[in-house]
Ligand binder design. Sequence first.
Ligand code: NAP
Length: 520
Amino acid sequence: MTPVAQMTPFSNEPFADFSQPQARSAAMGALLKVNAAAGREYRLWLAGEWQTTGDLLTSVNPSQSSQVVGRQHKATADLANKAVEDAWAFFPEWSQTPPERRAEFAFRTAALIRERKFEFDAWLVSEAGKTWPEAEADVSEAIDFCEYYARQMLRYASPEALLQLPGEKDEMVYLALGVGVIIPPWNFPLAIMVGMTVAALVAGNTVVIKPSSETPVIAAKFVELLHDAGFPPQSFALCAGSGSVIGDVLVEHPKVRFISFTGSRDVGLRINELAAKPRAGQHWIKRVVAEMGGKDAIIVDREADLEAAITGVVQSAFGYQGQKCSACSRAIVDEHVYDEFLANLQARVAQLTVGPAEEFTNNMGPVISSSARQSILNYIDIGKSEAKLLAGGGPAPGPGFFVQPTVFAGVAPKARIFQEEIFGPVLAVSRARDFQQALDMANDSTYGLTGAVYTQNPDKIRRARQQFFVGNLYINRKCTGAMVGAHPFGGFNMSGTDSKAGGPDYLLQFLQGQSIAEKL
Ligand code: NAP
């Protein structure tokens, strides 16, 4: 156990460099082990026991769709209810566990993920179709969340002194909330799940994890690790199963105090609506932390370093096949540099290689599933009717769910591919008359997650700071790749509740402040 007394200031976990033979051979060794476990069954962890139901969810490798990565037992509605009841029963004990002790479990979780980093990378390559550098960034972020939230909890455990009224002792303490349902997405299958879970646990809540049905094996591996890290076995439950079957059961349960959700706008809004209605026996207003979709824009000004802007757009649009909530799906380019931008962008996109995620030479792997690919291809068809196809425009060959990096030019602001989240490697490029019109176009969205501006003009940077309405604004850099501690993450508008994951205020969402005044 890492003693809290030996804690160093927080810093980000360094990334392995897969251009080096040593990292490559460690990665391939880990992948062999992961492949050897292909097809294994994973149980539910519920009510303090490993449980099976015989009703199995099959998870396949999106790079190689005939390969089964694993099979996960699915919870029934009864088991989902039991998971909440059991988590509620253990809440008094866990919430009274000293914060220092809870922080030590989080530090231990970070240490164990670090020890098994290449193995987790390999699970992400295999089950989520991440290339090695993308997997490494995801696993490193998971470590960062544990390290960061452990330190933040210690900060809340010793809050700032209040004004002391004469003849009184005045203080504020932070209490845990209760049982939280943790509902992560598949696109950061380790980092987001770990961050949401560990934040709630370290704050003294008990949790029921409802993982994404696309990446259940990564969730099962994490739950095994929570055991190894020493978190009390009743402080967490793994309640896998289809969101449409057990999601409502968990969200509506009267003993659930909060729901921590990351995923699509429509599911987030549904959870928010269901959670707002009090149920028989419920004693509180449920809190909903919902981080949702994006339609993120990069503005390229006439005074931009064009080369840097093109690099930023390509990385943000096509990293992890465009399946990041922060992905650039709109490039809004000043008409003075529009033609040059398009010509250079086209040349850069033509160099991108698409294929199995485990091959180091591929820039892009598959999209997550056959249905995701179909939905992306449908949007590509819509794009063909709305704008000019500049690159890509269809599936890419291979044994998995591959899609070509696709670029549309001359996209009008009211076009569907300008307004709707596609969640795939599809970039809409639009022309703006000037910087003000570019800002107005970028803000013409129901979302407001990330955005970036490339310009060398300080006055335009100032205007972007004032007017670009997004939760995470980047200037002269790409709009993906938020780092824990430096870029607290969360969006405006329909992008969510702006929880600012990886920031100093995040834990407050899983705590309630109690003010105590004692007459002396
Ligand atoms: P999703 O379809 O909304 O699913 C997210 C989670 O919700 C999954 O665990 C899913 O379970 C569950 N779910 C589905 N229906 C539910 C219901 N009725 N009740 C309770 N839970 C339910 O999203 P996704 O496809 O996994 O992720 C992609 C989306 O997440 C994109 O929109 C992306 O922008 C967004 N995202 C946002 C952020 C952010 O920080 N703002 C970060 C990452 C991703 P099943 O898998 O079993 O359906």
